[in-house]
Design a protein around this ligand. Sequence first.
Ligand code: TRP
Length: 338
Amino acid sequence: MKKRILTGDRPTGKLHIGHYVGSLKNRVEMQNSGDYETFIMIADLQALTDNANDPSIIQESLKEVVLDYLAVGIDPAKSTIFVQSQIPELTELAFYFMNLVTVARLERNPTVKTEIKQKEFGKSIPVGFYTYPISQAADILFCNADLVPVGADQLPMIEQTREIAQSFNSTYGVTFKKPEAVIPEDELCRRLPGIDGGSKMGKSLNNSIYLSDDSQTVRNKVFSMYTDPGHIRVEDPGKIEGNMVFTYLDVFGTDTQKINELKDHYKKGGLGDVACKKYLYEVMEEFLTPIRDRRKQYENNLDYVYEILEQGNKKAKAIAEETLSKVREAIGLNYFDK
Ligand code: TRP
């Protein structure tokens, strides 16, 4: 039997090139290898845990995220894309898992800790948000996934999922596999910095290049990129480290020889930022053009896109129903089964 992949994203905005190198690329490659059965979940309920008062963000982003998936090459003939809220069994499973996790354990989850700080919840953390790692374990375990290709920030979630599987198995009998995370090997891809050179590329930081950005927007972003503030005149020697133009060339460029020549020239002096940015713009366009084209095709056929999701929901629901009937039986809730 093929190994199973389960992964997903919260629909709280469009996906950017950091998402691409951080996990989408792995997902597409794994899908195309033919070695796996791939499930991709749009985590709208998880998105609701910190957007309860503004679900319109989620409604709008849902469509964008599916289009982003299809645009980067997630192929509906090979992968199952589905929507979390359409599978109520996931919520039921999360409810059983809640009894196997302590508040102290949730408190220690570093990803949730960081998010609580970022979102400035203070003492007003929604319980739903606080417990989303438990719900994420249900997302992963319902289909007994072997592998979870995600961004490196999600490692604590997979760790907690493994613990929950272990705890369920030892309490009620062996029911779940312990899944493994798959993250990029390359350090830069794990944490692509934003165009401002500061922190990681992020939705709320205004430092992202989106997969759906048009050519002019990408041009403007590339030309506003953080380079080397000490490189003032063209003839000055410049720094490569921390220079976003070279960072992005390393990640997205394919002509290593040319990139190395540019680096040497820049370090020596005599090569201006504008020339480098022009080249990076070409490189980014080469990467983004086929993605944009595919997006447009699907955008012009949204009925088909919704059809893909409906098919995906059906397939995921059938698996979830089967798992939940095993789970109820394992716990001993099958009083009325004949
Ligand atoms: N937590 C992920 C994010 O922040 C989204 C997600 C929800 C997920 N459920 C998942 C990822 C299951 C992988 C597997 O985007």
